[in-house]
Design a protein around this ligand. Structure first.
Ligand code: DQA
Length: 141
């Protein structure tokens, strides 16, 4: 079964969006290097700006995937619907953030993803995705 890597709102702008916070790599760069890292494991890598789409994909992951890596972007801080979808998902769930929201604005201090995740990796830039993939591969070997 594939490992799903789901990305939420505004992550399609990676590379040009506040590069001092989020880095110069694009989301396509991250996808390509994760695919290389994954070897023969299948990576299903997606991005959406829509909350409902993310909920649908989490439900789909629970049926179709072996593990879920999720950067929910700003929905991390707002979405009870996403929290509920993750609660219903029995896969290993690894939350990733490029920045460290805990060290940022007060409105980023609420997190609806972390309490439903197996683990959280934040503040390590795109390397966080690679650490998450390494863990997901080992957890589902
Ligand atoms: C982010 C952190 C969120 O607070 C923010 O809304 C994002 C990106 C990160 O990867 O650092 O869109 O998830």
């Amino acid at each position: 079964k594939p490992i799903y890597v789901l990305n939420g709102p505004n992550l399609n702008l990676l590379g040009s969006r506040e590069p001092e916070i989020y880095g110069h790599e694009t989301l396509d760069d991250i996808r390509d290097s994760m695919r290389k890292q994954a070897g023969n494991r299948d990576i299903d890598f997606r991005q959406t700006n829509s909350e409902g789409q993310l909920v649908d994909w989490v439900q789909e992951a629970n049926r179709e995937a072996s593990a879920l890596i999720l950067n929910a972007g700003a929905y991390t801080h707002t979405s009870v619907a996403l929290h509920d979808a993750l609660r219903a998902c029995t896969l290993p769930i690894i939350e990733v953030h490029l920045s460290n929201p805990a060290a940022r604005e007060p409105f980023r201090q609420t997190n609806y993803v972390a309490p439903a995740a197996t683990a959280t990796i934040a503040g390590l830039g795109s390397r966080g995705y690679h650490f998450a993939l390494d863990a997901a591969i080992k957890m589902t070997a």
